[in-house]
Design a protein around this ligand. Structure first.
Ligand SMILES: *Cc1c(COP(=O)(O)O)cnc(C)c1O
Length: 409
């Protein structure tokens, strides 16, 4: 059997052995940034990805961007020109979203444990609050009353199913997220007793799935659940957020997700939703699928050494900037992200190396025994698939090195 390999890197071309990001050769980009390590996100690739998703899904499906995947303000500003909704999960992300000038009625705020100060800011700004518990419903109502502003409330449902074959399950069983499906009628009654009519339902079953059939299945179950709840509660949701869970390939042996069957399935269900719920707004939300493949993390080789036969490239970047690539952000068995020597693409002399960072911990690994072009001190190591859950999901204070720069090119 052949060893599994990474899905082909389609996004960043190389010219004369040098990777291009946003059309700029990598070594020149490093000079422009002025320091390493850095994250670079490619604006045109993000646009192309959103366009491809629109082409694959029915036109009526609204696309929401989950800011937590990449909260860099310039990226969010760019996504604000492309998406139909922005989903935030903290008051900090709410500020970033509002700063783009995006229509507040198409910003939604989900997440367990929203603080009172966060609820007040959300009510005052007029965004939709995805209520996650009956305690939260009570807090929303009381803050809305003290502000004298009618709140916009969507109910987040913890479904009675899971997204199968997903990297992260966020629905089904006992979860801190959302209100259990069977408790939704009571939540609707609670809201109505407080004089609030819910605007819609939010059902998010999981994240990082590369299997179209699993997503099709989760979408079908989400539609069934939403229509059943609408009947049971005599309620006409104006908004139906179905989640998505669209994954990107990170590890050897993984292939890109095929959106075609997902689009066909949504198309069939939309007709049914139209018949039952009129012109309710049906959305899917995704973070990493829009931005993950459009970003690279770039670190410079500061030392090269051999220890008992194993070659190490020691770089100025590591897990303090990119926890996920080090394998410490929810991975059970550590696997390598796709990587390259960005100024020696296609070089013939190869070498098996481990790329590590400057931290005094064996966890600080960016690539474990990977075959790469033979590199020297000063070369630039590139970690692909780094546009989502990179910097903002990393422990930058650990060991006190400076934070990396982020650029949108
Ligand atoms: C994190 C999250 C997302 C985004 O997940 P991706 O895997 O980045 O697409 C979407 N919806 C909710 C509710 C989330 O918590």
């Amino acid at each position: 059997m052949n060893k599994p390999v990474h899905a082909p890197q389609l996004h960043f071309p190389a010219v004369d052995g040098e990777l291009q990001v946003g059309g700029v050769p990598l070594t020149r980009l490093a000079e422009r940034v002025g320091s390493t390590p850095f994250y670079a996100y490619d604006r045109a690739l993000i646009s192309a990805r959103v366009k491809a998703v629109r082409a694959a899904l029915p036109e009526a499906i609204q696309l929401h961007f989950s800011i937590k995947a990449n909260p860099m303000p310039a990226v969010v500003q760019h996504m604000a020109t492309l998406a139909d909704g922005l989903d935030v999960a903290s008051a900090g992300e709410l500020k970033t979203a509002l700063d783009t000038g995006f229509d507040a009625s198409h910003i939604t705020f989900a997440g367990p444990g929203k603080g009172t100060h966060e609820l007040r800011r959300a009510i005052a700004s007029g965004v939709c609050i995805n209520a996650e518990s009956s305690g939260e419903i009570a807090r929303i109502a009381s803050e809305a009353e003290s502000l004298g502003i009618a709140p916009r409330v969507v109910l987040r449902v913890n479904p009675d199913f899971e997204l199968k074959a997903s990297g992260m399950r966020m629905g089904g069983g006992a979860k801190p997220f959302g209100i259990d499906a069977e408790a939704i009628p009571a939540a609707v009654a609670q809201l109505r007793a407080l004089g609030i009519e819910p605007l819609g339902l939010h059902i998010f079953a999981g994240s990082q799935s590369l299997r179209a059939e699993a997503i099709v299945d989760a979408h079908a179950q989400s539609f069934e659940l939403a229509l059943r709840l609408a009947d049971e509660c005599d309620f006409a949701p104006q908004m139906l957020n179905l989640g998505a869970g669209f994954g990107i390939p990170y590890f050897p042996g993984e292939a890109r997700l095929d959106l075609a069957p997902i689009g066909a399935n949504l198309d069939g269900w939309l007709a049914c939703v139209r018949a039952r719920l009129g012109d309710a707004r049906v959305s899917v939300e995704a973070g990493r699928y829009f931005v993950g493949e459009a970003g690279v993390y770039v670190a410079r080789v500061v030392d090269k050494k051999v220890s008992r036969g194993q070659v190490f490239l020691i770089t100025d970047g590591g897990l303090h900037h990119h926890l996920a690539a080090s394998g410490n952000f929810g991975q059970v068995i550590r696997k390598n992200y796709p990587a390259a020597i960005g100024n020696r693409v296609g070089a013939e002399a190869l070498e098996t190396v481990s790329v590590v960072g400057p931290l005094c911990t064996p966890l600080d690994v960016l690539a474990d025994r990977m075959e790469l072009p033979s590199a020297e001190v000063g070369d630039l190591v590139v970690v692909f698939q780094s546009g989502a859950y990179g910097l903002s999901a990393s422990p930058t204070a650990f060991l006190g090195h400076p934070a990396p720069v982020e650029v949108l090119v």
